[in-house]
Design a protein around this ligand. Structure first.
Ligand code: SF4
Length: 275
């Protein structure tokens, strides 16, 4: 959906990408918010959560030693200290938006996977699922960035309706509420989906997969430059920036119709129908 050529570089060419400090901070904050629920409710306080940040960073480094490269040129440790302090601020801000002493999540960091009737498999990892005594399901996702402007909210909610569709298919229950918690700006965005929303996202996913299939067969992956290009690791091989993509590694089996467009992430994933 963001950029077809970027999809090709990541999924087909599997070009390496440098770890980013912002994305890694997001992973760190998510780990703290998940682990905090291991503690008894009364101990889930802001000072306790802040104090967990350095320890969770050590755990992250243990599992991914390459992340040490983010602070390789920081002999005094100043950048690392500032980065950790920002992670602590984000964690602390969460307490102004939700009260973990009053929450008992049904699930945390839940891997979900389902297969649509067409055979398309959907997978994702949901940050948190709350289930009310009434049985109502709420899907919660934490974002360490700022809430999008109103005109970009549909894009943000697409990921949530994707999760809702997967949960609906798995549990036969339409989640009552989708909740995006923006720690960067201290805002909460909610949406109560109905069946028509989930059917719409299913149709969109099928169209998306068809566009991916056509592009895979034709090798015609077009760049779609946006301001997000500034975050892209592949400018050197992107025609929009004067680069040349590597030789297409797959066999080209068709020519793409010129009018074909493609509208083609992270924690949200599409997989082809099983052969
Ligand atoms: S630089 Fe921009 S247009 Fe080029 S591949 Fe990356 S996201 Fe796409």
């Amino acid at each position: 959906m963001q950029c077809p050529l970027l999809y090709r570089f990541r999924v087909i060419d599997r070009l390496p990408e440098k770890p980013s400090a912002a994305a890694t901070r997001g992973t760190l904050v998510h780990a703290v918010l998940e682990r905090l629920f291991d503690d008894p409710a009364v101990e889930r306080t802001a000072p306790r959560a802040r104090a967990m940040v350095p320890g969770q960073w050590d755990r992250l480094l243990e599992s991914k030693p390459e992340l040490a490269g983010l602070f390789a040129e920081d002999p005094e440790g100043e950048r690392l200290a500032g980065w950790l302090a920002e992670a602590e601020r984000l964690v602390e801000r969460w307490f102004t938006l939700e009260d973990p002493t009053r929450l008992e999540p049904a699930e945390r960091e839940l891997f979900v996977e389902t297969e649509l009737e067409s055979g398309l498999r959907l997978r994702g990892v949901i940050d948190r699922i709350d289930v009310a005594p009434s049985g109502d399901v709420r899907i919660v996702d934490y974002k360490t960035g700022k809430a999008p402007r109103p005109e970009y909210r549909d894009g943000a909610l697409f990921q949530m309706t994707f999760y809702a569709l997967v949960v609906w298919r798995l549990r036969r229950v339409i989640p009552r509420r989708l909740q995006l918690v923006y720690l960067g700006s201290g805002e909460v965005l909610t949406y109560d989906p109905v069946e028509a929303d989930l059917l719409r996202v299913e149709r969109k996913l099928l169209a998306l997969w068809e566009a991916i299939r056509l592009a895979t067969e034709s090798g015609d992956w077009r760049p779609r430059p946006t301001k997000l290009c500034g975050w892209c690791d592949h400018q050197a091989v992107c025609p929009e920036f004067g680069g040349t993509p590597p030789v297409y590694p797959l066999k080209i089996v068709s020519v793409r119709p010129p009018e074909s467009g493609e509208s083609g992430q992270g924690r949200m994933d599409l997989a082809p129908p099983a052969p």
